[in-house]
Write a protein that binds this ligand. Structure first.
Ligand SMILES: [Fe+2]
Length: 146
């Protein structure tokens, strides 16, 4: 694995680690008529983030690399903007998440392509799987805010 791919996968991991808490923030602080729907959806998404971060960390370990495993390191590496501990309307919550999801799509594609270029089909398959989920989520979130 190239240093570039290792670095990008570790930042991806850091992003998922921080998103895990950010999705809890939305799960707890979302307000409005869609509370029950979004509260449940955000729970589904933080569970998905937990699965993905574990898979990415274990893929890095399988390839002899060292995954970021502390919030201290994750916070210094992440591109994710955290939220304050304040109520957020349903529409704003979805709009906030949409920005993250659009970033995930771009970043996931870049990693899948890079792994492909390096002949690492297993890693590119993993990330293409995440890409499929994120593209579907993007469509659903956009449908909500329209
Ligand atoms: Fe909960």
């Amino acid at each position: 694995m190239s240093k570039k791919l290792n670095d990008k996968m570790n930042v991806y991991l850091a992003n998922q680690e921080v998103m895990y808490i950010k999705l809890h923030n939305l799960h707890w602080y979302v307000k409005g008529k869609s509370f029950f729907t979004l509260h449940a959806k955000f729970e589904e998404l933080y569970d998905q983030a937990a699965e993905i971060l574990d898979e990415v960390a274990e893929r890095l370990l399988s390839l002899g690399e060292s995954p970021i495993a502390s919030f201290k390191k994750a916070l210094s590496a992440t591109a994710v903007k955290e939220l304050d501990d304040v109520p957020v309307s349903s529409v704003d919550a979805v709009k906030i998440l949409l920005k993250d999801v659009e970033y995930w799509i771009k970043d996931t594609k870049e990693i899948a392509d890079l792994a492909d270029d390096e002949g690492d089909k297993v890693t590119s398959d993993m990330f293409n799987g995440y890409l499929k989920e994120y593209q579907k989520l993007d469509w659903m979130l956009k449908s909500y805010v329209e």
